[in-house]
Ligand binder design. Structure first.
Ligand code: GDP
Ligand code: MG
Length: 224
C-alpha cells in the first residue's frame, strides 16, 4: 500500500454551492471552522483508492471569492482544484476562466483540474449546457462533472475522479523523477501538518469498496 497526500482547493463564485459540496462530501455532522487570517477552512480526510492510502486536505473559502481572488495562502502547494459554477447561472460559468487565470498565477507546477457544474437538480432553470461545459473542460484539460449537493448526485464521483487524477499525476512525477526531470516534489509531501493543527481536522476513512469506482465515459484527466 502506497500513500499520497494532497491539497485540493475549491473555487468559484459566491453562491454556486462550494461549501455545500464540501460538506456533502466530508459529511454534514462535522464542525466547520474558519481561520480569520486566511479566510478559509479545510478538512483533512483519508480514503483508500487503487491500493493508495490517500490523505486529502480539502480547502473551502469563507466568502473571499466575492472579491474574485483569494489570499496566496489559499493556493499554496495546491495539487488539485475544483472549479465550481452553478448550471443556472451563465455568469458563474463565465467567471470560471478568471479562476483558472488566478490558479495559474498562484500555483507553480501541475494541478489536477475538475470543472463542476453544481445544482444539477435545477435542470428546468439550466443556463449552461452540458456540452458547452464539457467542451470548455476539455479546453483546459479538466475533468467535468455535473453535481447536486442537494440530492448528492455526482459529488462522490467528482471527488473520486480528482483522487484518481492525483494518483495518476503522482505516478507521472515518480516516472519523471526517474528520468531526472526537475519537478515540483510536493505531491506526496504537500500536507502542512503545522497549519493543519490550527484547524478543525476531520478524519473520514472510506474503504475502497465504499468509494464506488464508477467512471464516466469521456472524462479526462488533466494537469496544467
Ligand atoms: P458557496 O457560496 O459557493 O459556498 O455556496 P453555498 O454552499 O453557501 O450555497 C449557496 C446556496 O445554494 C445555498 O442556499 C445552498 O443551499 C444552495 N445550494 C448549494 N448547492 C445546491 C444544489 O446542488 N442544488 C440546489 N438547488 N441548491 C444548492
Ligand atoms: Mg461558501
Amino acid at each position: 500500500m502506497r500513500s499520497l497526500e494532497a491539497k485540493i482547493v475549491v473555487l468559484g463564485s459566491q453562491g454556486v454551492g462550494k461549501t455545500s459540496l464540501v460538506l456533502r462530501y466530508v459529511g454534514k455532522l462535522f464542525p466547520h471552522t474558519v481561520s480569520p487570517t486566511i479566510g478559509a477552512s479545510f478538512f483533512t480526510f483519508k480514503m483508500t483508492v487503487e491500493n493508495y492510502r490517500v490523505k486529502l486536505q480539502l480547502w473551502d473559502t469563507a466568502g473571499q471569492e466575492r472579491f474574485r481572488s483569494m489570499a496566496p495562502m489559499y493556493y499554496r502547494k495546491a495539487n488539485a482544484a475544483m472549479l465550481v459554477y452553478d448550471i443556472t447561472s451563465s455568469l458563474s460559468f463565465e467567471l470560471i476562466q478568471g479562476w483558472v487565470t488566478e490558479l495559474k498565477r498562484n500555483v507553480e507546477g501541475r494541478l489536477v483540474l475538475c470543472l463542476v457544474g453544481n445544482k444539477s437538480d435545477l435542470g428546468d432553470q439550466r443556463a449552461v449546457s452540458h456540452e458547452q461545459a464539457q467542451e470548455y473542460a476539455e479546453s483546459i484539460d479538466a475533468f467535468f462533472f455535473e453535481t447536486s449537493a442537494l440530492t448528492n448526485s455526482g459529488v462522490q464521483e467528482a471527488f473520486l475522479q480528482v483522487s484518481l487524477g492525483l494518483i495518476r499525476m503522482n505516478k507521472e512525477i515518480i516516472m519523471d523523477m526517474s528520468d531526472e526531470v526537475s519537478v515540483r516534489p510536493s505531491v506526496g509531501t504537500a500536507l502542512m501538518e503545522d497549519e493543519a493543527d490550527d484547524h478543525v481536522r476531520l478524519e473520514q476513512y472510506r474503504r475502497a469498496n465504499d468509494t464506488g469506482h464508477k467512471m464516466g465515459s469521456g472524462r479526462r484527466c488533466c494537469t496544467v
